[in-house]
Design a protein around this ligand. Structure first.
Ligand code: BGC
Length: 761
């Protein structure tokens, strides 16, 4: 399975990835073409080019003379970004632009619910409309290849099937409510270190089966209108001028009829970029301004092609009704209906990893609860770099506990540790050795004082609720984490707390995996409650007191240690470090991108900061751990609740299937405990005698099922045999691998309850 991808083969891939067939999909965007062509005929060259670059930071021009409105963009992906000055990142300081902060990507994915993703998208679109926006810069749907990736919290999952169901649901929700999506970041933006220079070398098969799948689903199933080209290169070409990604795959093969915009500062050329399929340069006009007019005049870019790029933008413009300027920002962006959706998503995202009788919290005898940890009070709507949400409100975990528990318990709070990364600007400032030493001494003194207070509070309490994890400065755009250990000495602190009070419930407020070796061993209960939006604290409290049963499931594997992960184990990541780049445009001019210096006969010992080898191919996340039989801390799909479920009697409608058939699966699920709860039943496929190599198993269906105590239900799911195809990189096409397969039904990738063998012929 693991092959080395040499520079040569990557170039061959680049040249050969021809589209197998031109697709004409029935996109809603195609219905405007006649009208658009009549308008294009009336436009001057200058007017056309005006449409192809930014006007200000977050808009691009229409043609006022012809009644074509400007396109207004908003970040995304987990809340409508506040209004900025037209030409800078400085906020305008409005009152009405306070938006709902929605749970971030990994939290949404932990709901394992395409229906909730739809509601989430619908809610985002309604808030975007209140602000007069046409296109939402989201969903962010790259695969979580490395847990340290700075934007793992924004992305959905390590699994392409789960990511695809959610990206299609989110996209439909947004677009059914009058706003276009902009799927980002297309493609292979799986790390933040050197994101503006890194060249991803990947084989065709892994690219299609794993990394492109969520984009394909959103385009082909949900008719996504917009795509954002990523900062990085893929197989030697910048994403914003990547003919294979933009023209051949996205447009020709998937039938995408909409517009591609660059990531902010991610355009690198004029002729190449427009020919390769880029529509709009954001947020300036270095390449798509005068340079483009000149290129058309000199014949380097044909007028026909220019018209086509304009047509693609106009399709979106006509499909999305502009909000008249005087209607925008009339009402406050965050509205109760949307806040309720944020609450529902948060409730269903919280993952219970361990519970030795500590939860739900017992409040009968007015216990004393010590809430310890900086994340109990830390706001997660903003922090670090990237899309923050100026939220109307955010219920922190401590607020939530106080709201829900009231006087039924005595709550005492101790901060416990000073959070890392506070003051993100400071993190990038150079300091003298003396300054650093002084800072460290002061930090040490503060840490000791906070730890003493925390241990003191713990000693007095019946129960400790430790609320730690990362924060938005630790997990941030523009920079990957160095490791996955809990920051700020939290492991040491919790060990000290355990010495005085063993009754510890640990809640991790993180958007990406942490090393759980210490907290797992000293905690009676352990949960992940994510960067969980405006209502996150209320949702967490409702789970802790048992008002609702936890029902989130891990969207990624929690490894026993970071080094077990494929990109680390194979020496593909981290590459040599070059410091954090914030915006690609700042670095791309000085370094035109990667050359793999480590192309040796041995394993790629990758010291070139600008080269990312994906030699693990499709073995991402649980696919790697399963296939290599490497133990994990908690498997993909894992999550407990306050009841137990029994799986029984797996059946399929047939035992032998042809390549165009659909496998209908049914099994019985029973709530065998005392609490009402939701289970996420998962169906994986294991190939028994395949003709090509496969990961040990792959997720192919799932269902969230609600059951009252004692009740049972027949769960019915379908797997089209076509969805089991592989990408044949010799034929550059999808192919069947008709073999015997085992259908595995279970509660996680590590807990298979039922099996049945069927045959594909
Ligand atoms: C990010 C995008 C974002 C854009 C505009 C870029 O740095 O990569 O995700 O939409 O900025 O804020």
């Amino acid at each position: 399975m693991i092959k080395k991808i040499s520079m040569l083969s990557a170039i061959v891939i680049l040249l050969l990835t021809a589209s197998p067939a031109q697709t004409v999909r029935d996109s809603a965007l195609l219905r405007y073409d006649r009208e658009i062509d009549a308008l294009i005929k009336q436009m001057t060259l200058e007017e056309k080019v005006e449409m192809l670059h930014a006007k200000h930071m977050f808009d691009s021009s229409g043609v006022e003379r012809l009644g074509i409105a400007d396109m207004k963009y908003t970040d995304g992906p987990f809340g409508i970004r506040e209004e900025l000055q037209p030409k800078s990142w400085t906020p305008l300081g409005l009152e009405n632009d306070k938006a709902t902060f929605f749970p971030t990507g990994s939290a949404l994915a932990a709901t394992w619910s395409a229906e909730l993703a739809y509601e989430y998208g619908a809610a985002m679109a309604r808030e975007a409309r209140l602000r007069g926006k046409d296109m939402l810069l989201g969903p962010a749907i790259n695969i979580q290849r490395i847990p340290t990736g700075g934007r793992t919290y924004e992305y959905l999952s390590e699994d392409p099937f789960l990511s695809s169901r959610l990206s299609a649901g989110y996209t439909k929700g947004v677009q059914d409510n009058g706003v276009a999506v902009c799927l980002k970041h297309y493609a292979l933006n799986n790390q933040e270190n050197n994101r503006g220079t890194v060249n991803v070398f990947i084989g065709e098969r892994a690219m299609r089966e794993i990394y492109l799948a969520p984009f394909k689903a959103a385009v082909t199933e949900a008719d996504a209108y917009g795509v954002m080209a990523a900062y990085n290169k893929v197989n030697g070409r910048w994403c914003a001028e990547n003919d294979v990604l933009l023209n051949k795959i996205l447009r020709d093969e998937w039938g995408f009829a909409g517009m591609v915009i660059s990531d902010w500062g991610g355009t690198h050329s004029t002729v190449d970029a427009i020919n390769s399929g880029l529509n709009v340069e954001m947020p300036d006009k270095r390449f798509f301004g005068k340079a483009l007019i000149d290129a058309v005049k000199s014949g380097q870019v044909s007028e026909n092609l220019l018209n086509q790029r304009v047509r693609e933008i106009m399709r979106v413009r006509l499909a999305i009704k502009p909000v008249p300027a005087e209607m925008a920002n009339k009402e406050i962006t965050s509205q109760p209906a949307q806040q309720q959706i944020a609450y529902r998503v948060a409730c269903k995202s919280i993952v219970l990893l361990k519970n030795e009788g500590a939860l739900p919290l017992q409040l009968k005898n007015k216990p004393k609860i010590a809430v310890i940890g900086a994340n109990a009070t830390q706001i997660m709507a903003t922090g670090g770099l990237g899309a923050g949400v100026k939220t109307l409100y955010e219920v922190t975990p401590l607020d939530g506990l106080k709201n829900r528990i009231g006087d039924k318990a005595e709550i005492i709070y101790a901060k416990g540790y000073e959070p890392d990364g506070s003051g993100s600007a400071n993190r990038f400032r150079k300091r003298s050795p003396e300054e650093i030493e002084k800072e460290n001494r002061e930090k040490e003194i503060t840490a000791q004082k906070l730890a003493i207070e925390a241990v003191d509070a713990a000693a007095k309490a019946n129960t400790v609720v430790f609320i730690g994890g990362n924060n938005r400065a630790v997990e941030t755009e523009g920079k990957d984490r160095d490791d996955i250990f809990l920051p700020s000495g939290q492991d040491d602190l919790i060990r000290k707390i355990a010495e005085v009070n063993p009754n510890i419930v640990t809640v991790l407020v993180s958007g990406a995996p942490n090393d759980l070796n210490v907290v797992k061993s000293v905690s009676k209960a352990l949960l992940i409650s994510w960067f969980n939006g405006s209502e996150g604290g209320n949702a967490l409290a409702d789970v802790l007191i048992g008002k609702i049963s936890p029902s989130g499931r891990l969207p990624f594997t929690l490894p026993a240690k970071l080094q077990d992960l494929p990109a680390y184990a194979l020496g593909n990541y981290p590459q040599g470090r070059k410091g954090s780049d914030i915006f690609a445009s700042l670095v791309s001019q000085t370094n035109p991108g990667g050359k793999p210096e480590a192309e040796t006969a041995g394993n790629p010992v990758n010291s070139d900061p600008n080269t990312a080898m994906y030699s693990e191919e499709s073995l991402v996340g649980y696919r790697w751990f399963d296939t290599r039989k490497t133990p994990v801390m908690y498997p993909f799909g894992y999550g407990l609740t306050y009841t137990t479920f029994k799986y029984a009697t797996l059946s399929t409608n047939k035992t032998t299937y042809g390549k165009n058939d659909t496998i209908a699966i049914a099994f019985n699920l029973k709530n065998t405990g005392a609490a009402a709860a939701e289970e996420v039943a998962q169906v994986y496929v294991h190939r028994i005698n395949p003709s090509v190599e496969w990961p040990y198993k792959e997720l192919k269906a799932f269902s969230r099922v609600e059951l009252n105590p004692g009740k049972s239900k027949v769960v019915a799911l379908e797997i089209p045999v076509k969805s089991l195809q592989y990408w044949n990189d010799k034929r550059h096409a999808w192919d069947d691998d008709l073999c015997d397969i085992e259908i595995l039904v279970g509660a996680s990738a590590g807990d298979i309850k039922l099996r049945k063998t069927i045959h594909l012929r």
